[in-house]
Design a protein. Structure first.
Lengths: 199, 256
C-alpha cells in the first residue's frame, strides 16, 4: 500500500492493526492446532474408562443378586435363569452401546466448546486485542479445554431392568395366561419390545 | 533593458506553469498508485475470503456428509465392540450360560441358553448399529457446526481486515493528492516571479504618446469618441444620432 507522510500516522497505525490481526489469528491457529482427532478420541475414551468400570460393577451386582434369588427358589438351572441371563446381557449390551455413544457425544460437546472458545478469541482479535494478550488468552483457554471436566454421572444402569424384571416375575408367578418361556426363547426377540421377552 | 526582463519573465512564467502541470501529474500518479494498491489489497482479501468459503463449501457436500456420518457411526460401533469385548468375561461370572458362552448340544437348558444368547447378540448388534447410525447424524452435525463456526470466524476476521484497510483509503488519497504540492508551489512561485518581471518590463517600456491636442479634446467632449484625428472622423456616435433622427416609430408609440 502506498504509505505517504502527512497522514497523521493513520497508514502506519493501519499497518500495525493488520499485522496484529494476522499475528493474533496465527497465534490462535497455533494454540488450537493441538485439538486434533486424537484429542477427541482420547476424550471419548476417557468417558468410557470412567463409565465402564461402574457399569460392569453394577452388572456384576445385579446378576449376583438375581442369581441368589433364583438359587433360593431352586431355579438356578432353569428356563427362568436362561431368560434372566439373556435379558440381562441384552441390557448390558444396551448399556455398553450407551456408554460408547455417550463417549462420542462427550467428544462432540468438547469439539463445540473448542470451536466456541476459538471464535471468542477471534472476536477479541477483531476488537483490537494486542497479540500478547491474545497469546495469553489462547493459552488460558486451551489449558482450560485440556483440563479434565466433570463427567455426567453414570447413574444406576440396571435398576430399571431389575425392577421391571422382578415386577414381571411377581406378576406372572400365578398368572395362568403367562406365555411359555421356551416358546419365546425359540422365537428370539427380533422386532419385539424387551418387555415381551421379560414378561 | 525591458526586453530581457520581459523574456526572463515569460520564461519564468512558462517554467512555473510547467512545474504546476508536473506537480499535478505527480499527484495524479500518486493517486492512481494509491487506488491501484487499495484495489489490489481488497482483491487479496476477497480472494482469501473466497478461498475460505470454497473450502467450507467443499466440506458441505453430500459425499462429505455421508463420509462424516459413516465415520461417526464406525467410531461409535468400534467403541461399542471394544466395550463388549472388554466386558465379555464378566457376563458369565456366575457360571450361568451367557451370550459369550454358547453351548451347542447338552441339556435343554443349555440349548435354550445358546439360542437365547445368539438371539440376544443379534438383537444387541442391531440395537447398537441403529444407535451408532443415529449418533452418526449427530457427529456430522457437530462436524458441520464446528467447520461453519471456524469459517465464519475466519471470514469475520478477513472482513475486519478489509474494512480497516478501506477506512484509511480516503486519508491515503489525501496524502497522494499532496504529493505534487511542493512542485506546484515552486511552479506558482516561479509564475508569480515571471508575472512580476513582465510587469516590471512593461513599466520600464518607452514613454507614452503625447497628450491630446486642444482640438482633439473638444472633439472628444462633443461625443466624437477616441482622440485620434482619424478616429474622430469615423465617429460612430454621429451615425447613431443620425439614425435616431429618422426613427420609423410613429403615432403615440413614438412618445416612448
Amino acid at each position: 500500500m502506498y504509505k505517504g507522510s502527512g497522514d497523521g500516522g493513520a497508514a502506519k497505525q493501519e499497518a500495525k492493526t493488520q499485522a496484529d490481526l494476522a499475528q493474533g489469528m496465527s497465534t490462535i491457529d497455533q494454540q488450537f492446532s493441538q485439538f486434533g482427532p486424537d484429542f477427541y478420541s482420547k476424550a471419548a475414551k476417557d468417558y468410557e474408562n470412567y463409565a465402564t468400570p461402574q457399569m460392569m460393577d453394577q452388572f456384576r451386582n445385579t446378576k449376583n443378586n438375581l442369581t441368589y434369588s433364583l438359587a433360593r427358589n431352586g431355579l438356578l438351572n432353569s428356563g427362568a435363569a436362561v431368560q434372566r441371563d439373556a435379558s440381562l446381557n441384552k441390557q448390558l449390551a444396551a448399556n455398553e452401546s450407551n456408554v460408547a455413544n455417550t463417549g462420542q457425544d462427550e467428544a462432540n460437546t468438547l469439539r463445540q466448546n473448542v470451536a466456541s472458545q476459538r471464535n471468542q478469541l477471534v472476536s477479541q482479535v477483531q476488537a483490537g486485542a494486542a497479540p500478547s494478550q491474545i497469546a495469553t488468552s489462547a493459552s488460558a483457554a486451551t489449558a482450560g479445554l485440556r483440563a479434565p471436566t466433570a463427567l455426567p454421572p453414570v447413574g444406576n444402569m440396571f435398576s430399571d431392568w431389575a425392577n421391571s424384571y422382578l415386577s414381571n416375575m411377581q406378576a406372572n408367578t400365578y398368572n395362568p395366561n403367562t406365555s411359555n418361556i421356551w416358546q419365546m426363547l425359540s422365537m428370539g426377540s427380533y422386532g419385539q419390545p424387551s418387555s415381551a421377552v421379560i414378561g | 533593458m525591458y526586453a530581457p526582463l520581459l523574456i526572463a519573465g515569460l520564461a519564468a512564467s512558462l517554467g512555473g506553469t510547467g512545474m504546476q502541470i508536473a506537480g499535478n501529474a505527480k499527484a495524479q500518479s500518486a493517486l492512481n498508485a494509491t487506488r491501484a494498491q487499495e484495489v489490489q489489497q481488497q482483491a487479496g482479501f476477497q480472494k482469501t475470503a473466497q478461498h475460505t468459503v470454497n473450502d467450507s463449501l467443499a466440506q458441505s457436500t453430500m459425499p462429505v456428509a455421508k463420509q462424516q456420518m459413516a465415520s461417526g457411526t464406525a467410531d461409535r460401533l468400534t467403541a461399542f465392540q471394544a466395550l463388549q469385548a472388554a466386558g465379555a468375561p464378566l457376563t458369565d461370572q456366575s457360571g450361568q450360560p451367557t451370550t459369550t458362552n454358547k453351548v451347542i448340544g447338552g441339556t435343554p437348558t443349555e440349548q435354550a441358553a445358546a439360542r437365547a444368547g445368539t438371539a440376544g447378540t443379534a438383537w444387541s448388534n442391531l440395537a447398537a448399529n441403529a444407535q451408532a447410525t443415529e449418533g452418526g447424524y449427530g457427529d456430522w452435525q457437530t462436524a458441520q457446526n464446528v467447520k461453519n463456526a471456524k469459517a465464519t470466524g475466519n471470514l469475520s476476521a478477513i472482513g475486519t481486515q478489509a474494512s480497516d484497510a478501506a477506512s484509511i483509503y480516503p486519508i491515503e488519497q489525501n496524502v497522494a493528492l499532496q504529493k505534487g504540492d511542493q512542485l506546484s508551489g515552486w511552479g506558482q512561485f516561479l509564475q508569480t516571479l515571471g508575472s512580476l518581471s513582465m510587469m516590471g518590463a512593461s513599466i520600464a517600456a518607452p514613454a507614452a504618446p503625447a497628450a491630446m491636442t486642444a482640438a482633439q479634446g473638444s472633439s472628444f467632449m462633443a461625443g466624437a469618441g477616441p482622440v485620434s484625428a482619424g478616429y474622430a472622423a469615423a465617429n460612430p456616435w454621429s451615425t447613431i444620432a443620425a439614425q435616431g433622427a429618422n426613427s420609423p416609430i410613429t403615432g403615440w408609440a413614438s412618445l416612448y
